[in-house]
Design a binder for this molecule. Structure first.
Ligand SMILES: Nc1nc2c(c(=O)[nH]1)N[C@H]1C(S)=C(S)[C@@H](COP(=O)(O)O)O[C@H]1N2
Ligand SMILES: [Mo]
Length: 256
């Protein structure tokens, strides 16, 4: 019954999208010229609509066999406490160092915004949810790919536990470096979208996003945010900060 409910709400979302016609992320009004952010995201609207029309809503990314696991480079921020790294944030870098010194026992993932029960979860709280393990290919926009096994809690379970509101449209993720990402409800509820605490059968190593990273298997690697600190559920598109795609000319929607 539960999955039927999810499918119905996805259908509602996609119908809403189709009838919107104009700028996807900027709302349905075509009476005003687009904002700066919307101009940068115009190509997103095309790829988003084309991919959502062509592919089944819940199509799974291919999953691989254990024998196909490859080595995987660590890219972007590999240590949020290292002040020499490009996306270093002093406040959060110091917090990260303290949490790491305590083996992340005091780390908590906050979930707030468009939810009826804002919450914060420890790693063991998250590990009490039913887990999902998947062996998938990570594809970086820089042109490399790698296969790894990821274990974690499906994001939809955590959103449901927090009482996600029916008006919610985006899930925003904030990391311990200055990176942040957002995804829509179709990806947020996708069964392979997980909050991963395990990689290749062990805890996620620091360089790959300890203690918790996002896996969004139907999009390019940069959507899979490492070093998760906070989740904010929103009803409309939010500014994701200075490293966000709209501010840097990167596509927000990078479906594969
Ligand atoms: N917090 C954070 N998440 C991030 C990044 C980053 O710099 N900071 N880089 C992204 C990019 S471009 C890629 S390809 C993957 C790399 O993940 P890996 O280091 O586990 O291979 O993480 C993504 N998530
Ligand atoms: Mo990447």
């Amino acid at each position: 019954m539960k999955s039927e409910h999810v499918i119905t709400s996805r259908r509602t979302i996609i119908t809403g999208l189709a009838s919107c016609g104009g700028l996807l992320l900027g709302g349905c009004s075509n009476t005003q010229p687009p904002t700066y952010g919307n101009v940068l995201r115009m190509a997103d609207n095309l790829t988003y609509r084309a991919q959502r029309l062509l592919l089944p809503r819940s199509a799974l990314a291919r999953e691989y066999d254990r024998r196909e696991i490859t080595s995987i480079p660590a890219i972007g921020t590999t240590d949020p406490a290292d002040s020499h790294q490009g996306a270093y944030n002093e406040t959060n870098g110091v917090r990260y160092q303290q949490l790491r010194n305590g083996q992340f026992a005091d780390w908590r993932l906050r979930i707030e915004g468009s939810v009826s029960r804002p919450a914060s979860y420890s790693l063991s709280d998250l590990q009490r949810f039913p887990a999902r393990t998947q062996i998938t290919k990570h594809t970086c926009e820089e042109g490399w790919s790698a296969i790894a096994e990821w274990t974690g809690v499906p994001l939809h379970r955590v959103l449901e536990a927090a009482g996600i509101r029916s008006s919610a449209r985006f899930v925003n993720f904030y990391a311990f470096d200055d990176a942040a990402e957002s995804i829509d409800m179709l990806d947020a509820l996708h069964p392979q979208t997980i909050l991963a605490y395990g990689m290749n059968g062990r805890d996620v190593p620091i360089a790959h996003g300890a203690p918790l990273r996002l896996r969004v298997e139907r999009q390019l690697g940069y959507k899979s945010l490492k070093f998760l600190d906070r989740i904010l559920v929103t009803d409309s598109f939010a500014d994701m900060g200075k490293l966000s795609e709209p501010r840097n000319g990167w596509a927000w929607y990078v479906g594969i």
